[in-house]
Design a protein around this ligand. Structure first.
Ligand code: DX5
Ligand code: ZN
Length: 217
């Protein structure tokens, strides 16, 4: 069964507490929190103060996805506001290996996200240091985009690399996840599915999360 990580980017910010309680009370596994800086991606979302507020009521893992240039500047700050997993982008990190060590030294699990154009083979020499690989199945920056089909091939290739290396890294898929692709993604090797608009734009988010869990079992 895959882990489900609803992305709060698609929540109702005027009712953020209510939406966090919904996740607490659902079968969801993680909170997925998208931080955007307006430089690495064209959009700006939210940052430390909002995550700190969420961490006060969240009863589940906080999975923080940094879509930020030079993310190493903020590793300790995100730990201080409650992040459990911190994911940086391969494309935004000049010294990725150092960042991964710093994330773990700060007490978090270390994730690396790959844009759709970035080959998974580029992770060969850091795989042993990675807890989570986030494969972007849309171009990062916005919720509600169409899933990129080439993601399936990337999941399969990455799964093989992870198995061959004897690594315990989990594979997370982020962008355009729905009940139409969840099952196939897990069959290809995905461990964690992020879902933003599919969960929060549905009539009954709790039931939608149950459906996603069932599809991936
Ligand atoms: C996109 C973000 C995603 C986004 C997913 O840049 O990283 O986490 O919230 O949203 P949906 O599920 O609507 O594609
Ligand atoms: Zn994300």
């Amino acid at each position: 069964m895959a882990l489900i990580a609803p992305s709060l980017l698609a929540s109702d910010f005027l009712n953020l507490g209510r939406d966090c309680e919904m996740i607490n009370n659902s079968e969801a596994d993680w909170f997925h929190l998208d931080v955007m800086d307006g430089m690495f991606v064209p959009n700006i979302s939210f940052g430390m103060p909002v995550i700190q507020a969420i961490s006060r009521i969240a009863t589940k893992t906080l999975d923080v996805h940094l879509m930020v240039e030079k993310p190493e500047r903020y590793i300790k700050d995100f730990r201080a506001v409650g992040a459990d997993i911190l994911t940086v982008h391969y494309e935004a990190s000049t010294h990725l290996h150092r960042s991964l060590q710093a994330i773990k030294a700060a007490g978090m699990k270390a994730g690396v996200a790959l844009n759709p154009h970035t080959p998974v083979s580029l992770l060969k020499d850091t795989l042993a240091d990675i807890d989570l690989v986030c494969l972007m199945s849309v171009n990062p920056g916005f919720g509600g985009q169409k899933f990129i089909e080439n993601t399936y091939a990337k999941v399969r290739e990455l799964k093989q690399m992870i198995q061959a290396a004897g690594s315990a890294a989990q594979i997370e898929i982020d962008g355009g996840v729905t009940n139409a692709n969840a099952k196939a993604l897990v069959s290809a090797g995905a461990d964690v599915l992020v879902a933003g608009s599919f969960v929060f734009n549905s009539e009954d988010p709790i039931a939608t999360i149950v459906d996603l869990k069932k599809l991936t079992s």
